[in-house]
Design a protein around this ligand. Structure first.
Ligand code: GDP
Length: 440
């Protein structure tokens, strides 16, 4: 996420970060570089200029030249300004209605349907809500199918009416169904076009007026940079929406949309999408995002994700197995599944302070565990529960089955052994103790 921008800002701030002599000239030089980095990230020219002027003003006002650690002060000033630019505080969504109606809007391909599913799943699993999804795209039958697939995946019902070609009526019928059947959140997925056009705008405006949602969210693909900002402006002029959802941040190396959108439409970014899976949704926190952009990592989000996946019952089961020396490869596999649920490896690594830079250029496989899983799947149940049974001929057979080298099986056995020992040492506190060690 935002690799290019992070890199350039790091370079821009490098002179001041070191202990070289700080002068008014190199403060000016640094802010110029910061501006260039923002422009390269596809931040609007005016915003980039105002941003660097504020940074310079603050830096000189706080006597950055005479402080003991001018570099750190400068980084802090840039961080605070970035946070402000992206909205300051995190803002949640309004769920006060009964049912609360959330209208999803945006161009086709922005990630609306995917995000509708992610939000329904988030509200169901994290906020104990009972959501209903409503498919209002009357032009593309495939869009209705897609929402049904998403709904099935997360176990949330979908209301659709393929006979009806009036999206306002479908939305209203969806809300009526929610009221009658006790759903407390209705998420309405609407049709998008490839570009802003009058007919689409008129339709979305009609739906908006017809249902008066508590929350109108505008979904936009962050990878489209300035286009994203312009589209946001067009939708906001018509709908006066409540918040922005930035999707595909996992593929966005520049970050221009994330940085400029708030100041152009003056609406908060509420959530971000960081992958295609239903779990790849995060509440947007401007200050955490600023930390990530400046390569400071995001330990808070990392620990939160670990806590979310921490399953007390599973942990207790595993503890018992360790105590009885019965921890096997099936348990190892279920631990891997839990880690995988936290997000893709690249994303997780990016949350560790400094790791982004250290790992730069390394090709981290999104599915870093796939070889290990293949090896374990090639074992018999007996071998999984009693790894000591793995002699040379069994190892050879497993290696062949998984399409890996015997050497890798040995390596995995070694890792497994070390992990079992470590877990035994941690006995008593279990996963919770590990979380405390991580500073949670
Ligand atoms: P819609 O036309 O606005 O409903 O867009 P879709 O929900 O169909 O999404 C378009 C494509 O973007 C699909 O292939 C999604 O899997 C993909 N997509 C959606 N959100 C994300 C995201 O956060 N990250 C990535 N990498 N892909 C996404």
């Amino acid at each position: 996420m935002f690799d290019n921008l992070s890199d350039k800002l790091d370079k821009a701030l490098h002179v001041l970060k070191g202990h070289g002599q700080i002068t008014e000239i190199n403060v000016a030089e640094t802010t110029k570089e910061v501006r260039r980095a923002l422009l390269d990230a596809d931040v609007n020219f005016k915003i980039a200029k105002e941003f660097t002027n504020r940074v310079k003003e603050k830096a000189l006002g706080q006597n950055v030249l005479t402080t003991l650690q001018p570099g750190q002060l400068m980084v802090k000033i840039v961080k605070d300004e970035l946070t402000q630019l992206m909205g300051g505080e995190s803002e949640g969504i309004n769920l006060s209605g009964n049912p609360s109606v959330i209208l999803m809007t945006g161009l086709q391909g922005s990630g609306k349907t995917t995000f509708s599913g992610k939000l329904a799943n988030f509200l169901k699993t994290k906020k104990s809500k009972k959501p209903l999804l409503v498919a209002c795209d009357v032009y593309r039958p495939a869009a209705i199918d897609q929402l049904h697939v998403v709904g099935d995946q997360i176990g949330v019902p979908v209301y659709s009416d393929r006979e009806n070609n009036d999206p306002v009526a479908i939305a209203q019928a969806g809300i009526a169904k929610a009221k009658a059947e006790g759903y407390n959140v209705v998420i309405i997925d609407t049709a998008g076009r490839l570009a802003v056009d009058e007919k689409m705008m008129a339709e979305i405006s009609d739906i908006h007026k017809g249902i008066q949602p508590q929350e109108t969210l505008f979904v936009v693909d962050s990878m489209t940079g300035q286009d994203a900002v312009n589209t946001a402006k067009a939708f906001n002029d018509i709908l006066n929406f409540d918040g922005v959802i930035l999707t595909k941040l996992d593929g966005d190396t520049r970050g221009g949309a994330a940085i400029s959108i708030k100041s152009v439409v003056d609406k908060p970014i509420k959530f971000i999408g960081t992958g295609e899976k239903m779990e790849a949704i995060d509440v947007f926190y401007p200050s955490r995002m600023a930390d990530r952009i400046l390569g400071m990592g995001d330990v808070i989000s990392l620990v939160e994700r670990a806590q979310e996946q921490f399953d007390e019952e599973e942990a207790r089961k595993i503890q018992k197995k360790i105590a009885k020396n019965k921890f096997g490869f099936d348990d190892f596999l279920s631990q891997i599944q839990q880690i995988k649920k936290m997000g893709n490896m690249k994303d997780l690594m990016g949350m560790i302070p400094g790791a982004g830079k250290a790992l730069k250029g390394l090709d981290i496989d999104d599915d870093a565990f796939k070889h290990i899983e293949a090896i374990i799947y090639s074992m018999t149940p007996e071998e999984r529960s009693t790894p000591s049974k793995l002699d040379a001929s069994r190892k050879k057979r497993i290696a062949k089955g998984a399409g890996r080298e015997v050497q890798e099986i040995n390596q995995l056995l070694k890792q497994f052994d070390q992990m079992s020992k470590m877990m035994k040492m941690m006995q008593g506190g279990g996963g919770k103790k590990m979380m405390q060690m991580m500073g949670a």
